[in-house]
Design a protein around this ligand. Sequence first.
Ligand code: AMP
Length: 216
Amino acid sequence: MNIVLLGPPGCGKGTQARRIEENHGLKQLSTGDMLRAAVEAGSEIGTQLAEIMNEGQLVPDDIIIGMISERISGPDCAQGFILDGFPRTLVQAEALDAMLEQKGLALRSVISLTVDDDAMVERISGRFTCAACGAGYHDSFKPPRNPGRCDDCGDRTFSRRDDDNAETVRHRLTAYHDMTAPILPYYEGRGILRPVDGMAAIDSVTAEINALVKAA
Ligand code: AMP
């Protein structure tokens, strides 16, 4: 089964996608994670990608489409996958359809997390992760129980994404409304769009998504 998880930055896509991976055995494919790995690798293209991402702009369609096309053919996607952060433009949505058709696959459901923009700026600007185990925290909503120490693994090193600052978040939200939101009607017209209230408590969102995935 293949699913798309859509929503503006900070809506909880990454967290929910990881939970779907655990609960349903679908492979999480996050284009943001793939791009950050390319940036970490320090290549020339990585430097160009970092600039685009730090400005809160979208990376060109052809780069993203090439990345995803390669990944969905991997053996770890044989049981299906959940796309987290892709497609983000109509061109990407159409390319996804073409590549799925070519591989004899189909999209079962497009889950769209709906949230409030102002809340997203606050949510994203305060978030950080444990550099050792990846556990997620937030300055106001979820600080570590012992300040400066990860609740899960005890490590003392934390990291923040370069694009998780208020100014870049505003640009990322604009990119979402201008470029990504217009693909919602594309999926609605096909009867596979499933909106979910992303402002609800994190476990309620997971429960709702679980039910949708089971019914898909
Ligand atoms: P994310 O981790 O999904 O919030 O993505 C972080 C950044 O990576 C975005 O702000 C974009 O600059 C870039 N990015 C991720 N996915 C895509 C995509 N499908 N199309 C274009 N740019 C993307």
